[in-house]
Design a protein around this ligand. Structure first.
Ligand code: ATP
Length: 355
């Protein structure tokens, strides 16, 4: 079991509120990713779950047990750090077995569990080596092994892939997802990397300045971002956000801004309202018969399979993403269109999603 309830978690450092009233229910077996920019409080929240930071307010439960004031070693949670925190003078075998020796488990049990974990993580050949004789990826697996050997209620991971090069990071990502599938354990994983979050998580919790912006499956947070912050954080390039006015013309509702005039696909009369209009770069069509957006191409980036065109639309800069070639050239006028289903509307002051 590994069900974690976070209730109104708050942690302050002097004048800084690092974690501000965060509540999340993490189900047994989830791979929950805490995602957000540097300083948003994700590490502090993870450390609070581990018991390495004390909350100023709020409560934590593990499998229905209140662990808010339980010391870290009695929480039945295993933490994997970014730095791996391996003991340099101990072999891989002794590093992995360390938590069991600290708990004075019988020798036979330790040997058996270390051997099992080494098999699972393909470390059997490396058991006699010291950490300095391992690659970054192998060290990362040893750190994971030391967590695994305890058979904890949940695994807490703080940017465990950030010390690996790009290629190894991609393959280790895949290994972690496989491991999660096999163990069926609860993983709580901190990263600022949206690709890691989107590819590994069963759900993503997005934090901004200590507050929870949204929690949902990768598809939910990408397709229906709850705020302009989430919309602007996910996606590469992120969602285009433009201030616009919503109003009725004839029987239909439109969003308009300088050089933008798009139908929202809604019938009826609405009072004129200020909004923030959101459109993902991949949802803008070029060379379509029904233009709704007029701009000038400024720059075209070639990504191999795709291209990204950056266009000036009135005072706004808008990115368009599509299969190569987009057939757009810098300096040329461009007409863009978008399906009404792909339009997002946000409140201009609060940034919260309206539609
Ligand atoms: P990063 O991705 O850069 O690690 P993060 O999202 O994990 O960032 P935290 O490390 O949780 O963010 O920090 C949240 C806020 O709390 C930051 O403003 C940080 O400066 C502050 N903070 C964190 N730890 C301490 C501390 N021990 N003392 C004072 N302030 C701290």
């Amino acid at each position: 079991m590994g069900q974690i309830r976070i209730r109104g978690a708050t942690k302050r450092f002097g004048a800084v509120t690092a974690v501000d009233g965060v509540s999340i229910d993490i189900a047994d077996g989830e791979f929950l990713v805490l995602l957000g920019p540097s300083g948003c409080g994700k590490s502090t929240l993870l450390r609070a779950i581990a018991g390495l930071a004390q909350l100023d307010a709020g409560a934590l439960e593990l499998d229905g047990r209140d662990i808010t004031h339980v010391p870290p070693r009695d929480r039945d949670l295993a933490m994997v750090f970014q730095s791996y925190a391996l003991y340099p003078h101990l072999s891989v075998e002794r590093n992995i077995g360390f938590p069991l020796r600290a708990r004075r488990r019988p020798r036979k049990e330790i040997d058996r569990k270390v051997a099992d974990v080494a098999t699972t993580l393909e470390l059997t050949e490396l058991l006699r080596r010291r950490p300095r004789e391992l690659s970054g990826g192998q060290r990362q697996r040893v750190a994971l092994g030391r967590a695994l050997v305890r058979d904890p209620g949940a695994f807490l991971m703080d940017e465990p892939l950030s010390n690996l090069d790009a290629k190894l990071r991609a393959s280790t990502r895949y290994e972690l997802v496989e491991l999660h599938r096999r163990l069926r354990g609860t993983f709580v994983y901190v990263t600022h990397d949206q690709v890691e979050a989107m590819t590994m998580a069963t759900r993503i919790a997005i934090l901004n300045a200590g507050r929870l912006e949204q929690v949902g499956t990768p598809a939910e947070v990408y397709d229906e971002p709850a705020s302009t912050f989430v919309a602007g954080f996910l996606g590469s390039p992120p969602m285009n956000l433009v201030r616009a006015k919503v109003s009725s013309r004839g029987p239909m509702v439109f969003a308009t801004a300088p050089d933008i005039d798009v139908a929202l696909g809604l019938p009826g009369q609405v009072p004129e309202t200020e909004v923030v209009l959101g459109i993902r770069p991949e949802h803008l069509r070029t060379h379509d018969a029904r233009p709704g957006i007029e701009g000038v191409v400024r720059l075209v980036e070639n990504l191999g399979a795709e291209e990204i065109a950056h266009c000036d639309v009135g005072p706004a800069r808008v990115a368009v993403r599509g299969p190569r070639p987009l057939r757009l050239s810098p300096g040329e006028p461009v007409k863009l269109s978008v399906e009404p289903d792909h339009l997002h509307l946000f409140h201009p002051d609060t940034g919260r999603r309206l539609r």
